[in-house]
Design a protein around this ligand. Structure first.
Ligand code: FES
Length: 226
């Protein structure tokens, strides 16, 4: 790091390395459906996942369909300005409520017409006299936790575990100088890669393959956090 052509932020020079072994791991982690299934069951429901930027939901009623790991969520702006995330599935016969982003005052199931408000509470059903056994009080759409950091809204399917701040630490401190809360999305680029997600979650190639990013990082900076 001392060889970098620009001065480094102090936090990149702080030593916090703990050896956690570096033996090769089985390549099957990247190819095995059984391993991916375990990730879907045990990992994805318990981690915070970035879903939408604030500017993706400018008005009350705006919503985004966020999907990952076999789950589908509606992330919606409520009338009071807060953001909620709930399972994108009808609690009556499991029909998906929405397939695309959009704007809605309520979410009406396209199969039998049960409807939910944008705070995930149950709204109404056709022919309600035929369903005296259904209690609207317990028919809300199951919700995920939502947390926000500098305009990035994250969701976590299962409640409990570290808060979003604890989960992200120490990155918010490191990224503070980039003032993401003052930024807005200009363009969104996506590509579907037919591979396990871990294959594309790698950044060590940046220095050689994406040197245009170096003004925002550095020539040779690497920090290890435990
Ligand atoms: S499946 Fe949703 S109302 Fe019937």
């Amino acid at each position: 790091m001392a060889l970098d052509s620009r001065p480094l932020p102090k936090f990149l020079t702080e030593e916090s390395y703990t050896y956690r072994a570096s033996d090769p791991i089985a390549a099957s982690r990247y190819t095995s459906e059984d391993f991916a299934k375990l990730e879907r069951e045990k990992m994805w429901p318990r981690v915070w996942q970035f879903a939408v930027r604030d500017e993706d939901l400018p008005e009350a009623g705006d919503f985004v369909v966020y999907e990952n790991g076999g789950r589908s969520f509606i992330v919606c702006r409520r009338d009071d300005g807060s953001i909620r995330a709930f399972h994108n599935v009808c609690v009556y016969r499991s029909r998906k409520l929405r397939t695309e982003d959009g704007h809605a005052d309520k979410f009406v199931c396209p199969f039998h017409g049960f409807a939910w408000k944008k705070d995930a509470s149950f709204d109404a059903m056709p022919c309600s006299w035929d369903f005296p056994h259904l209690d609207p009080e317990v028919m809300g759409l199951p919700q995920a936790e939502v947390g926000c950091w500098q305009g990035y809204n994250f969701l976590r399917e299962e409640k409990g575990g570290p808060s979003l701040e604890e989960f992200l630490a120490p990155l918010p401190t490191h990224l503070k100088r980039w003032r993401h809360e003052e930024c807005t999305t200009v363009v969104r680029v996506a590509k579907q890669v037919p591979s396990n997600w871990k294959v594309v979650m790698e950044a060590w190639h940046t220095i050689v393959t994406n040197p245009q990013l170096l003004p925002f990082t550095g020539d040779c900076n690497a920090g290890y956090r435990t």
